[in-house]
Write a protein that binds this ligand. Structure first.
Ligand code: G6P
Length: 622
């Protein structure tokens, strides 16, 4: 949520910063801005709306410089307008600040500064930072004065934030600060970069250092100095990134979302390649988790938000049904203010594609603290599931399962979801194998099924994409949709509805099929299509009966089902077809046509599929 990028070195800064912002735009796109120090003056150019608008402005406002900071905004405090766009400056135009996060005590600081005569021009929380910093700067700052003023400022701020700061008196210095919001430094030859996400840095260097919470860094063309919030010098070393999965190009696809849907067979295959051994082995799964996790865990608690929460629901089904471990799934944003009583021997799993979601990180940190306080009364472990093992999540959990989903740019999550599901299949099978809750034969059969998934996903995309596009044309004017599923496909109904809401702005609800008659059926008429997930298995007939009940109320029925399923064919008006598959594995397939349906409806409506309104991919504020 909000993206920061900074550059100091010998090259022209503006184009580097703008290209960096382009790669961070998925974090927010309400406004964008850039600040440079040019000919001894601080220059700031800002524009409301997407980066395109800023680019246009920069064509006429040229400020050549070798240093700068830039920002792409997801509005929290103050409407998306130019006066609220970052960078924000102090009233004397000495300091410019870009922020990702929220300053919780900004009202108090603002009142104090107004009393001292400071004048504010925005409604943002961020503007207090340059003003406060300016109040700590001597009239003619020199030496470490800038750094000391940053330290004093930071120690007054409450909340979660990452900052990039420029001072007019220091034309070769950027100071950056991390307090519970991500920041990474890129190391070049005589030049240094910083950004909220490594995606903005990788075109320039693969040598990076992730800041940790409570750290301040000073970047100059000759090097990087690292400090804590007391200005004690710290020494940590950069590392080299594996850039295999860091591709942020559309590769000929119209949208990132479509590209990422097409990448799903590869994502599943990559997960299998990393974690599946030969079936002849005692246990074909090799997640290499801490052995205590397998021996001690009596119950599991999953914490997540959004699509990752849906993956957690599928995870619960698998962990309970395959491994026999009682599992609960909590919205991290709710749980952090109303945690359950602690049960001994709990394994807590945080699921987050970005590894940066503020609520998920905060809920996990809270659990970590609660467990530390009680560690003598039981054994507790915290595990993370993410496609970004280098993210902030790593600082909170004891171990990470890397989903190998790679970087996802489309704001509506697709391949990350599939990768998370795969991790849950493997985790549940790993437990089942070690605890003997499933026979070897059953495990081998499931593994065999998993190995077929990449081909089956490919088949759905190849055979169904056009059909689904044609079906989508019929729904561009539709106002409401209902998605129903049962059992392991209930979370897929939720996910299908979420995808549609996110990118096509059509109201959609996911419901457990059997619950329809307890309320939502009242919504149905000929104008409300119902999408029912009905694959062969335990709840197949039940879902079809629920679909019939909807049909009796004139609803148009769309089935996610197999074309070989004659009963389903006779019930549904349209079929989004998936291959015949064991119900247990079906979520990996049933979600694909729902992603495509949402994609095509949004594309037909001419909406911005990759950057839907009001959303951001990485939600780093509460
Ligand atoms: C945002 C994104 C969703 C994502 C959710 C949780 O809302 O738009 O796609 O599911 O955050 O994000 P996480 O990174 O924790 O999985």
């Amino acid at each position: 949520m909000c993206g920061i990028v900074g550059y100091v070195g010998t090259q022209e800064a503006t184009s580097i910063l703008i290209n960096g912002l382009e790669r961070l735009e998925y974090r927010g796109y309400d406004s964008a801005g850039i600040a440079t120090v040019t000919r001894g003056e601080l220059h700031c150019v800002r524009a409301q709306g997407k980066l395109f608008n800023l680019r246009q402005k920069l064509e006429t406002e040229v400020n050549p410089s070798q240093i700068g900071i830039a920002h792409t905004r997801w509005a929290t405090h103050g409407v998306p307008a130019e006066h609220n766009a970052h960078p924000h400056r102090d009233m004397y135009n000495r300091v410019a600040v870009v922020q990702n996060g929220i300053i919780e005590n900004y009202q108090e600081i603002k009142a104090e500064l107004i009393n001292q005569g400071y004048q504010f021009t925005s409604e943002t929380d961020t503007e207090v930072i340059p003003q406060l910093l300016s109040s700590y700067l001597p009239a003619k700052p020199q030496g470490d004065d800038f750094l000391i003023a940053v330290q004093k400022t930071v120690n007054r701020l409450q909340g979660a934030f990452a900052l990039g700061i420029l001072c007019v008196d220091y034309s070769d210095e950027i100071i950056i600060v991390r307090h519970q919001a991500p920041l990474v430094i890129g190391f070049g030859q005589g030049e240094f970069f910083c950004a909220s996400d490594v995606t903005a840095i990788v075109p320039h260097t693969s040598t990076v250092l992730y800041l940790e919470n409570g750290e301040i860094a000073r970047l100059t063309p000759i090097g990087v100095e690292l400090y804590d919030f007391e200005l004690k010098r710290l020494r940590r070393f950069p590392r080299n990134l594996d850039l295999t999965h860091v591709s942020v190009d559309k590769d000929g696809f119209k949208h990132f979302m479509l590209k990422e849907i097409h990448e799903q067979p590869t994502v599943v295959q990559s997960c299998l390649d990393h974690y599946l051994k030969n079936e002849a082995e005692d246990n074909p799964i090799c997640l290499n988790l801490d052995p205590q996790i397998y021996t001690n865990t009596q119950q599991i608690m999953i914490l997540a938000c959004g699509t990752s929460w849906h993956a957690g629901l599928v995870g619960k089904y698998l962990l309970e049904q395959l491994a026999g471990i009682p599992t609960s799934v909590q919205y991290a944003s709710e749980y952090r203010y109303a945690p359950s009583p602690i049960l001994p021997n709990t394994l807590t799993i945080g699921v987050t594609q970005s590894g940066e979601t503020a609520d998920t990180l905060a809920a996990l940190s809270m659990e970590k603290q609660r467990y530390l306080n009680l560690s003598r009364e039981g054994k507790f472990k915290i595990l993370g599931i993410t496609s970004r093992p280098e993210s902030s999540l790593a600082q909170v959990v004891e171990q990470i399962i890397n989903t190998h989903g790679g970087i996802e740019i489309g704001v509506a999550s697709t391949k990350s979801f599939i990768a998370q599901l795969m991790s849950f299949y493997l985790l549940a099978l790993d437990f089942a194998s070690r605890r003997g809750t499933l026979s070897r034969e059953k495990i081998n059969n499931i593994v065999k099924g998993l190995r077929q998934l990449p081909g089956q996903i490919e088949e759905i995309i190849r055979e169904q994409n056009r059909t689904i596009e044609a079906i989508a044309h019929q729904f561009s004017e539709t106002q409401d949709f209902i998605f129903i599923g049962r059992g392991i496909n209930f979370p897929i109904a939720l996910e299908g509805a979420l995808k549609l809401k996110e990118i096509s702005y059509i109201h959609a609800e996911g419901y457990p099929a059997g619950e329809m008659k307890h309320g939502p059926i009242a919504l149905l008429d000929a104008k409300v299509p119902v999408v029912a997930i009905a694959v062969p298995g335990e709840v197949h007939d039940k879902v079809l009966s629920n679909a019939q009940e909807a049909k009796a109320r004139d609803a148009r029925l769309i089935g996610v089902s197999s074309l070989d399923d004659r009963v389903a064919l006779s019930v549904f008006d349209d079929i989004l077809s998936v291959p015949m598959v064991d119900e247990l594995l079906s979520p990996i397939l049933t979600v694909i046509p729902l992603q495509l349906l949402a994609y095509h409806i949004a594309a037909i409506k001419g909406l911005d599929v990759d950057q839907p309104r009001n959303l951001a991919k990485s939600v780093t504020v509460e």
